[in-house]
Each structure stands twice: as C-alpha cells, then as structure tokens.
Design a protein around this ligand. Sequence first.
Ligand code: A2P
Length: 290
Amino acid sequence: ESKTVTLNNGLTMPKVGLGVWKTTPAEASQMVATAIANGYRLIDTAKQYGNEAGVGAGLQKGLAENHLKRQDLFVTTKIFNGDQGDYDKVRSAFNDQLERLQTDYVDLLLLHWPVFNRYNESWRALEDIYKDGQAKAIGVCNFNVAHLTNLLDHAAINPQVNQIEFNPRIHQPETVAFCQGNHIQLEAWSPLGNGQLLTNPVVKQIADKYGKSSAQVELRWELQQGFVVIPKSTHSNRMKENMAVFDFKLDADEMEAIAELDEEKHSIWYDKFKWSGNPEGVEDYIARNE
Ligand code: A2P
C-alpha cells in the first residue's frame, strides 16, 4: 500500500502528517523536529495557530539532524481569515508566513475558512502564488458543497485539497462525495476527534483484534476512505504509533461498525460560521472557545 497520494496536479502528498494546532511556538518546534526524526514528512500549520516561527525552527532542526533536503518535506500552511478578501493583503501576509517558516515555498497553501464574500478574491491570490511557484499545490479548508460550487464557478485553477473535520463522529457525507467526484483530495483534521473515541468499546474491540491501538484504528478507518490524516501529538511514542497504520486493514463490517459511531452532526465551527458571515467574528469565536 502506498504511503502517499497523488493530487490532481500530479504532486505527491504523504497520507499521514503531523498537525500542530493548539501548540506554542516552542512546543511546535520540538514536535516538528521529533516528528521528522520519527519519519514524518508532512507538517501542517497555520498563521492562526500562532506557531509558524516555531514550526520553521523545527523544520530547520529536523532537516539538519536527519540529513534531509527541503524537497523531502511537505509543508502546509493556511491563509488567516483576517487576511482574506484582498489580493495584496493575502500575498504580503503569505510572504511573511514564508519568512517565519524559513522557506521560499510551501507544498500546500490552504484558505483556512470559507470567509463570506471573501474567498473568491483570496483564491485569485492563491492562483498567482501557485503560478509563481511559492506553493506547489493550493486548496481550501472547511468548505462545504455550496462554498465549493461557488469557488469552482469562479476559479481558473481547481483546489487540489479540502481539509475538513472528519472522524468517526463527524462525517459530512455531502462534502466528501462532492470532493471525491471533483478530484479534490480530502484531508481530515482532528482525525482522532480530539481523543474522544479512544475509549469507545467498538473501536477498542477492533483494535484488540489486530493488536493495534484505538488511535490506529480510527486513522485506518479514515485512510481506507481515501483521506490524508494529520493527527496531533506532542508525544514521540504516539507520533510513531500514528505512523504505523499501514500493516493492517479493516474489513467491510469493521468499517461499517465504526461508521455507525456517527453523531450526524456537522462541526460546531460550520454552524457558527453559517450565521457569522464575518471573518473577525469567526476569529473571536475561535479565540473565545480555545
Ligand atoms: P497528545 O498531544 O498529548 O499526545 P486530534 O488530532 O484528533 O485533534 O487529536 C489530538 C489529541 O489526541 C491530542 O490530545 C493528543 O494528545 C491525542 N493523541 C494523539 N495521538 C494519540 C494516540 N496515538 N493515542 C492516544 N492519544 C493520542
């Protein structure tokens, strides 16, 4: 089984990466260096996480200590909601992001949220960033079918990736089907549902059968549906565990048993976002809820 996927523009992307949401720059730096030593090649950050400089330092450390080259890594960051909607603002904010990350390109640049009335103009900037080689692929996060349909109507370059909240509790089936039908690679954030299903007896029983952990079973369930996954862990042993998911396969009954853990709800962020329509409002909302 391949440990990478090929995006609709031909770029190769690892199937498992490290997410660094909710970590300080110092933590992120340490995590990124440790992850690279543990074989991680995909690192996912965002301006909104406030740790890009830490990630940049961790990348440098990881590259030096493991005798790797920049092109061995796949670095993702995201455009901040408050920078969206103005072509020049997106481009200059992104240049600052590259500086913090200590690199002259990212492998994947994403719009962090579908900011009402702003994402099409933001996308125009991403298309030029892509053409200029400052991003090897471009995409979006948290876009639903309505957002994607609108974006595809205006875009010259279709997104390569949609990163959404996806785990056994949150499925978003319409968005998943739309992306699969339009060659948009799906990527799962919070693939472990923030750890909430790690003690679930259904998951545990399947894990025991394979001599695997509940976390590994959840990641496997997502990988088998074609997702790229970016579990976050600050612990080296858990990072290794989350990478060791290519030596077993869930059968159809097990896939279904885990699918039944669906709580048929969308991410709380989507619901809040629907009526917000205001990028600062979303930032405030996220800040209040962290
Ligand atoms: P920690 O960082 O202390 O290891 P998600 O990526 O879905 O948001 O989940 C991240 C949460 O799951 C974090 O709290 C992380 O804790 C925990 N976690 C990550 N990997 C594992 C694992 N293999 N086993 C148990 N908990 C894990």
